[in-house]
Write a protein that binds this ligand. Structure first.
Ligand SMILES: Nc1ncnc2c1ncn2[C@@H]1O[C@H](COP(=O)(O)OS(=O)(=O)O)[C@@H](OP(=O)(O)O)[C@H]1O
Ligand SMILES: Nc1ncnc2c1ncn2[C@@H]1O[C@H](COP(=O)(O)OP(=O)(O)O)[C@@H](O)[C@H]1O
Length: 204
C-alpha cells in the first residue's frame, strides 16, 4: 500500500502509552460501532461519550459522516471506497488509542472483511466491536435523514442494506438491539459492557 521509500518510523514515543493511561486513569480501547444507517450508532456514540465524560473518562468520538467531510472527503460508497474509508478511520483510531483515549468510532463498516481490516490495523487487544442492531425495515421507518426514501426511490445508489451489502457481525463484543430498547436501556447495556474493560484497576 505504501508508496514512500526511505522512511523510518519511530514506533514508541519516549512517553509510553502506559504512562499516558496512568495519567488518565483509564485503559484506552477502540469501540468500533457498526450497523445500518439509522440503527442508532451516532445517537448511542454521543450518549456514551457524555456518560463516560460524566464518569471522568477521556474520549474521542469519530463518526463516519463527520470523517467524510474531512479526511475521507474524496471517498464515495463503492466497495473500494468504503474499504479505504474504514482503513483511514482505523488508522486514526489507532493514533488516539495509543494516547490512552477511549476512542468511539461509528461507521457502517458493512462487511466482515472490512471490519477485520479495522481490527488488524488497530490490533485485536484494543478492538471492541459493537453491533448496533436494528433491522432494515425499522431503520427505513425511522429514516432519520430521509436517505431510505431516496434510496428506495432509486435516487441513491450503493445504499447499505438495499443494493450494497450489510453482513451481520458473527461475534461482536456486544450486540445492542435498538429496535427493542429505549435509548436509556441501550446506553445501560453498552456502559455495563464497557466500564469493566476501561477501568485501569481491573487491568493491572
Ligand atoms: N449509499 C449510502 N449508503 C450508506 N450510507 C450513506 C450512503 N450515502 C450517504 N450515506 C451517509 O453516509 C454515512 C455512512 O458513512 P460511513 O463512512 O459510516 O460508511 S462506510 O463505513 O464507509 O460504509 C451514513 O451515515 P449513518 O446514517 O450515520 O450511518 C449516511 O448518512
Ligand atoms: N435504543 C435506541 N438507541 C439509539 N437510537 C434509538 C434507539 N431507539 C430509537 N432510536 C432512534 O433511532 C435513530 C438512530 O439514528 P442515528 O443515531 O442517526 O443512526 P445511525 O448513526 O446509525 O445512522 C434516532 O432517531 C434515535 O432517536
Amino acid at each position: 500500500m505504501s508508496e514512500a521509500t526511505n522512511i523510518h518510523p519511530i514506533f514508541n514515543s519516549l512517553l509510553s502509552r502506559e504512562k499516558k493511561q496512568e495519567a488518565l486513569n483509564q485503559k484506552g480501547i477502540v469501540l468500533w460501532m457498526t450497523g445500518l444507517s439509522g440503527s442508532g450508532k451516532s445517537t448511542l456514540a454521543r450518549a456514551l461519550e457524555f456518560a463516560l465524560h460524566d464518569l471522568g473518562y477521556n474520549t474521542m468520538l469519530l463518526d463516519g459522516d463527520n470523517l467524510r467531510t474531512g479526511i475521507n472527503s474524496n471517498l464515495g460508497f463503492s466497495e473500494e471506497d468504503r474499504t479505504e474509508n474504514v482503513r483511514r478511520s482505523a488508522e486514526v483510531s489507532k493514533l488516539f488509542v495509543s494516547s490512552g483515549l477511549i476512542t468511539i468510532c461509528s461507521l457502517i463498516s458493512p462487511t466482515e472483511e472490512i471490519r477485520a481490516q479495522a481490527r488488524d490495523i488497530i490490533g485485536e487487544e484494543d478492538f471492541y466491536q459493537v453491533h448496533i442492531d436494528a433491522p432494515f425495515e425499522v431503520c427505513a421507518e425511522r429514516d432519520v435523514k430521509g436517505l431510505y426514501k431516496k434510496a428506495l426511490a432509486g435516487e441513491i445508489k450503493n445504499f447499505t442494506g438495499l443494493d450494497s451489502p450489510f453482513e451481520i457481525p458473527a461475534d461482536p463484543f456486544v450486540r445492542i438491539p435498538t429496535h427493542t430498547q429505549t435509548l436509556e436501556e441501550s446506553l445501560k447495556q453498552l456502559l455495563d459492557a464497557v466500564l469493566p474493560v476501561i477501568k485501569l484497576s481491573n487491568i493491572k
